[in-house]
Design a protein around this ligand. Structure first.
Ligand SMILES: Nc1nc2c(ncn2[C@@H]2O[C@H](COP(=O)(O)OP(=O)(O)O)[C@@H](O)[C@H]2O)c(=O)[nH]1
Ligand SMILES: [Mg+2]
Length: 364
């Protein structure tokens, strides 16, 4: 599952990418006109449960769940009407969910053509996504009309009906994300590379001295107003500080946060929300060797979860021994949880829940 970062030039996409991935990809004060950078990184999902299990098991290794993230360059005002649009739109289409960075920081050293107007900037980029999708719809509808005219369009009616629904939605400047289509309608248009359909999370990138200012409050309110009913949540983070924080050793980062009186980086919340936005939950495995969180799609059965660990475990699956994280912590140890009857034996169809601590029994 992949997160793509989008936003207008110089809004802080690469900065947010660095904060998410602890990388140190180069940031620029001038947008790269060629838009050729394409940073890819791994986002580790912060999970306090891993800390508690690590205290309990003292494993050699602790491994958080992770997802891939990439930094998409090339979006700008008017891009949907230009020929160079393909790379950025393809990248956005390739993502399973989008993080849309919106600039709020004022820094005059960082070029911003028409001044900093977060809600207007966000709306401008959303419109590019909508226009690009509308163009896809219209091109496809033209082809379908031509086929029907030639008498070879009899099996295109379902697709045509679905596309017409999409067209009215997009003509109202609304993203396809909010349009509810029936299963067969979705299937009929699945091959079109729509981008406004992607789940989206908005990150307002605020200046380091602006985290609680009235300007930030106003920008957040304006963004929330714009996104009301569009099914996208809005967060604010001081991107530059978060990127610097992500560069520190864990010990140093902890001290830094203590000095600021903050429990955890603002980015952690964004990451957890993005993880949920991708439709992912974590099951946990715990032993002396390793404590680990495994990302699975919500609704995955035990057999599928077993396959995440190893195809042998899936193939030789016998039972899953499952205890919820809360029951394990309440009991104090696996042995005590077992005594208390908190450990269940589940079959291959059991739907794995977020925070299930699982030991698979298998035979190969
Ligand atoms: N002062 C300040 N500068 C920032 C912040 N976020 C990004 N920048 C600067 O803005 C410029 C553009 O950021 P970058 O991440 O490269 O933007 P991108 O074009 O969207 O990838 C760089 O010089 C960053 O250091 C921020 O929160 N505060
Ligand atoms: Mg960049």
């Amino acid at each position: 599952m992949k997160l793509g970062i989008i936003g207008l030039p110089n809004c802080g996409k690469t900065t947010v990418f660095n904060a998410l991935t602890s990388q140190n990809a180069p940031v620029t004060t001038f947008p790269n006109p060629l838009g050729t950078e394409h940073h890819v990184g791994i986002v580790r999902v912060p999970d306090a449960r891993l800390g508690r299990l690590t205290e309990m098991y003292k494993p050699r290794k602790t491994t958080p769940a992770d997802v891939t993230c990439f930094d998409i360059t090339g979006f700008s005002r008017g891009i949907s009407g230009s020929r160079q649009k393909s790379a950025a739109f393809n990248d956005a289409w390739d993502a399973d969910a989008l993080i849309h960075v919106v600039r709020a920081f004022a820094d005059p050293a960082v070029v911003h053509p028409d001044g900093v107007h977060p809600a207007a900037d966000a709306a401008a980029l959303e419109l590019e996504l909508v226009f690009s999708d509308l163009e896809l719809v219209e091109t496809r509808l033209d082809r379908i009309a031509a086929s029907i005219k030639k008498g070879v369009g009899e099996n295109l009616e379902a697709e045509k009906a679905a596309l017409e629904k999409c067209r009215s939605q997009l003509e109202e400047e609304k993203p396809l994300r909010k349009l509810s289509l029936a299963g067969e309608e979705v299937a009929a248009i699945n091959s079109l590379q729509f981008v406004s359909v992607k789940p989206e999370l908005i990150v307002l990138n605020v200046g380091e001295d602006e985290t609680a200012s009235s300007a930030t409050e106003a920008a957040l309110a304006a963004l929330e107003d714009y996104y009301r009913g569009k099914d996208a949540r809005v967060f604010s983070i001081p991107g530059k500080i978060e990127a610097e924080l992500a560069q520190l050793e864990p010990g140093e980062a902890k001290l830094f946060l203590q000095d600021l009186g903050i429990a955890e980086p603002a980015m952690n919340l964004v990451i957890r929300e993005a993880y949920a936005l991708l439709g992912l939950v974590s099951f946990l495995t715990a032993g002396e060797d390793e404590v680990k969180a495994w990302p699975i799609r919500k609704g995955t059965p035990a057999l599928g979860a077993a396959g995440k660990i190893h195809s042998d475990i899936e193939r030789g699956f016998i039972r899953a021994e499952v205890v919820s994280y809360d029951d394990l912590i309440a009991a104090g140890s696996m042995a005590k949880a077992r005594e208390a009857g908190g450990v269940r034996l589940e079959g291959k169809d059991y739907v794995v829940q977020d925070g299930d601590v699982i030991n698979f029994r298998f035979n190969v």
